[in-house]
Ligand binder design. Sequence first.
Ligand code: PDD
Length: 303
Amino acid sequence: MANLCNIDGRIVPEHEATVPVLDRGFLFGDSIYEVIRTRNGSLFAWQEHLDRLRASAMGIGMELSLDDATILRRVLDTMHAAGNAEHYVRIVVTRGTGTAPSIDLRAAPGPERWILFARPLPPAPSDVRLQIIERLRNDRRALDPAVKSGNYLNNVLGLAEAKQAGATDCLFLNTSDHVTEASTSNVFFVKNGTWLTPPAHAGILLGVTRALLIDFLRARGERVEERDLTRNDALTADAVFTSSTLRDVALVTHVDGIAMPQGEAAQRVLAIGAEFSQQCDRRAKDVDMPSAIQLAQRAKGPA
Ligand code: PDD
């Protein structure tokens, strides 16, 4: 069991991995990333994460020089070397080393720098208490939250504000006072039997788990609406939960220190959340991993 890093194709122990001080990811947060997990050892939703990585790159005008098969081969090689039973995989791509201290993109001729982390998958926290905080989620007209950039300082400070208030995570509003998401997960409310979640235009990361869960719920005949939601919707919901790669569906016990009802709606969230996780396990094994291996086999030459 090890924490390993792959830096531009070279695998090293995480504590020995270094990035040059002139790297634009370090200097300006000029980078993008993905967090992926395994299920029973198989990578889950690889294609979805890769597609979002490419969308994030496009969102900040970063060209990615590696093809899909090479990226995957590096991930699989690093996972294999780390030998963890269940992996947390983080892919970070920075715009590389530029000409400091210029922030001008013309001072960043490339190539980009690829850093992969393979660690043991951390356990999911058992208790989620959300605090609706003063700090706002970034406006879409600024650095769009749909881009999974390495610039998470606003989320870092949002989480700190929530913890200061005694919660475990924050719930960000946007400039229109609509609900967006938590620090590293999306949010859903259940109200009168309908599953509600903020739409893309609220300013959110389009979570892979969120999309898969919406499809899963609709396939079961559940009513799901993506619509603007308010603080009051959160406080009057029958149940609230978050969704993310690392936690799947996680029931929220408190919003702003107020205990959420733990009745029928909460029990349904737990039951449907467990079924969703089981379906994800099956998909990782039967769908994602066979296609991932085929793709990796296409990568020729040194990874
Ligand atoms: N976070 N919203 C934000 C701001 C996130 O950072 C994440 C993911 C999500 C959920 O997305 P997904 O379902 O694709 O994991 C929503 C990862 C897990 C992280 O940064 O650790």
